[in-house]
Design a binder for this molecule. Structure first.
Ligand code: DCP
Ligand code: MG
Ligand code: MN
Length: 339
């Protein structure tokens, strides 16, 4: 967590933050996005406090802290722990569920099916369950993929990709996105945007999918391709695993192809974080615009429930700063986009 270092021990709410983060991590592992978000927002709010928040009443007066979370904050201050977290950790079914949800590509439905079928360990799955190729790789490299990647190593992987790409065509450019661009000291995966000024998406696909990736699979830098969910596969992504020549640890690597005209919107989207993205999209929609990873659009007609009735027309896609300007939002450095 990039904000951790600056405020960890000096913050009067350090212990509360620590426990809430553990609870949030638990919900994240359980793929409970709603509660994960609530805990992250509460943690962000607590980090900004300069005095200790001790009672539920004080806590619920803060933004993004509802009454239940406020009660938990009081419980942590009074008892130095959280019963909900202890019970979650003790529950064996929960443990297995979290273990299985950690397998690349496994969702709640899949993980529960494995549990229903009587499987309890990763070895059970490999030996007896019907699993996809991607899931097998996710299991074989479970602990690699669960380990955070130090910033210097993210850089080394991206340099490797960049050098190989420029050998094919020096006109290509790469940008490391996600938590790395936000300045994080470590990352969950390596997100790389690939573009080339003046090139179409089909040229990008040709070079990356048909030349770069096969070459890097052959020389052993890329170890495996992993399935992308069909719902968000628009032929602009490659998901897989990479490994530096000096290492045996496999890392999750995402390549994203972006035509020049969409670079601004893609930079904005893939920098995140996800909460920042949500709030800036919501703001766009309130102003009658629409923001996605391709561009900012106007004249979007929405129905009663804010659902969009047409696509709108493009206002800006290429320039990240212009998108902020048009939205009327002061520019925020990537390192400040942590919500
Ligand atoms: N993103 C998003 N909403 C999602 C998933 C992703 O807005 N549901 C955007 C914001 C993320 C970026 O894509 O910052 C990259 O996604 P990652 O899942 O790789 O997340 P991060 O790079 O931010 O974190 P990590 O270090 O865990 O990879
Ligand atoms: Mg990432
Ligand atoms: Mn990613």
């Amino acid at each position: 967590n990039p904000m951790g270092a600056s405020s960890a021990s000096s913050n009067p709410n350090a212990r509360t933050i620590e426990v809430l983060e553990q609870m949030g991590k638990y919900y994240d592992q359980m793929q409970d996005q709603w509660r994960t978000l609530a805990y992250r927002k509460a943690v962000t709010t607590l980090r900004k406090q300069t005095s200790k928040i001790s009672t539920a009443k004080e806590a619920s007066a803060l933004p993004f802290v509802g009454s239940r979370l406020a009660d938990k904050i009081e419980e942590i201050v009074l008892t130095d722990r959280l019963r909900r977290l202890d019970s979650a950790r003790d529950d064996p079914t929960d443990r297995v569920l979290r273990l299985f949800l950690g397998v690349y590509g496994a969702g709640l439905v899949q993980a529960n099916k494995w549990i229903q079928a009587g499987y309890r360990t990763l070895d059970d799955l490999v030996a007896n369950a019907k699993i996809t190729d991607s899931q097998r790789i996710g299991i074989e490299h479970y602990y690699d993929f669960a380990t955070r990647i130090p910033r210097a190593e993210v850089k080394a992987h991206s340099q490797y990709v960049r050098d190989a790409l420029r050998q094919i065509d020096p006109g290509f450019e790469t940008t490391v996105m996600g938590s790395y661009r936000r300045g994080a000291k470590d990352s969950g995966d390596i997100d790389i945007i690939i573009t080339k000024p003046g090139a179409t998406l089909s040229t990008l696909r040709d070079v990356v999918f048909h030349t770069l990736v096969p070459r890097l699979l052959k020389n052993g830098f890329l170890r495996a391709k992993l399935a992308t969910s069909s719902s968000n596969d628009d032929g602009t992504k490659w998901h897989g695993a990479s490994c530096l020549p000096s290492s045996t640890t496999w890392r999750r690597l995402d390549l994203l192809l972006v035509p020049e005209e969409e670079m601004g919107a893609a930079l904005l989207y893939f920098t995140g974080n996800d909460i920042f993205n949500r709030s800036i999209r919501l703001l766009a929609s309130k102003k009658g615009m629409r923001l996605n990873q391709r561009g900012l659009y106007k004249d979007v007609i929405r129905g009663k429930n804010r659902e969009k009735l047409n696509e709108g027309s493009l206002l800006e896609g290429k320039d990240e700063k212009r998108i902020f300007e048009i939205l009327g939002v002061p520019w925020r450095e990537p390192t400040e986009r942590i919500c």
